[in-house]
Design a protein around this ligand. Structure first.
Ligand code: ADP
Length: 183
C-alpha cells in the first residue's frame, strides 16, 4: 500500500459545525451529537459576527455550549471554538474534511444549498453535509427561543437548564423599568 493511501486511512476525520448559537438549543445539540457518528473529531465553531448583533457575547455562547455538551465534551472528541471570517477558511485551518449544517424546513434549504455550493467552489476537498432536523426540534430556532424567553415562555423543552437560566438572567426585569412581559 502506498504511503499516501495508508495516511488517508489513518487520518482522523474532522468535522466543523459552524453557527451563531445565540443561544445553543436542543436542535443544535442534536445535530452535534449526530455529526459525531460521521467523524472522529467535531469542532463546534461559534461565529464572532457582531453584525448579527447577538444577545449573548461569543464568550458567553461558547461557555453555554461547553456546559450543555456535558459528557459529549468530556469524551474529548468535541471542542468549541470562536471563529470569524469565511467558514471554509476556518475549516481549512483546523484540517476539516466536513462542514456540518442542519436543515429544518424547505425555507432553510435554499440558503444552505447556496452556502454548500460556495464552500465547495472555495475548496472542493471540504464536503458540506446537511443533517435533517429531528422531528421534535423541527420548529426550533435560536430566534424563537429568544422570543419565547423575552415573553416569559416555558423553556424546558427547547434549551438545556443552564441556557434557560442564562436567558432568564438576560431578560430579568430591571427594577423600576417596565417589564416587556407585562406589556
Ligand atoms: P447560523 O447563523 O449560521 O444559521 P444558527 O446557530 O442559527 O447559525 O444555526 C447553525 C446551524 O444549525 C444551521 O445550519 C441551522 O440550520 C442548524 N439548526 C439550528 N436549529 C436547528 C434545529 N432545530 N434542527 C436542525 N438544525 C438546526
Amino acid at each position: 500500500m502506498s504511503q499516501s493511501a495508508s495516511n488517508k486511512e489513518t487520518k482522523e476525520r474532522i468535522a466543523v459545525y459552524p453557527g451563531t448559537f445565540d443561544p445553543v438549543t436542543f436542535g443544535h445539540l442534536d445535530i452535534a451529537a449526530r455529526a459525531l457518528h460521521m467523524c472522529d473529531r467535531l469542532v463546534v465553531a461559534v461565529g464572532d459576527n457582531r453584525n448579527k448583533n447577538p444577545l449573548f457575547s461569543v464568550e458567553e455562547r461558547i461557555a453555554l455550549i461547553k456546559e450543555s455538551l456535558g459528557n459529549l465534551e468530556l469524551d474529548g472528541r468535541v471542542r468549541v471554538e470562536k471563529f470569524s471570517g469565511l467558514t471554509v477558511r476556518y475549516a481549512q485551518q483546523v484540517g476539516a474534511d466536513l462542514i456540518v449544517r442542519g436543515l429544518r424546513a424547505v425555507t432553510d434549504f435554499e440558503w444552505e444549498f447556496q452556502l454548500a455550493l460556495i464552500n465547495r467552489q472555495q475548496d472542493p476537498n471540504i464536503e458540506t453535509v446537511c443533517l435533517m432536523t429531528s422531528q421534535e426540534y423541527s420548529f426550533l430556532s435560536a430566534s424563537v427561543v429568544r422570543e419565547l424567553a423575552m415573553l416569559g415562555g416555558n423553556l424546558r423543552n427547547v434549551v438545556p437548564a443552564n441556557v434557560a437560566d442564562a436567558l432568564l438572567h438576560k431578560f430579568a426585569p430591571v427594577p423600576g423599568k417596565a417589564d416587556v412581559r407585562d406589556i
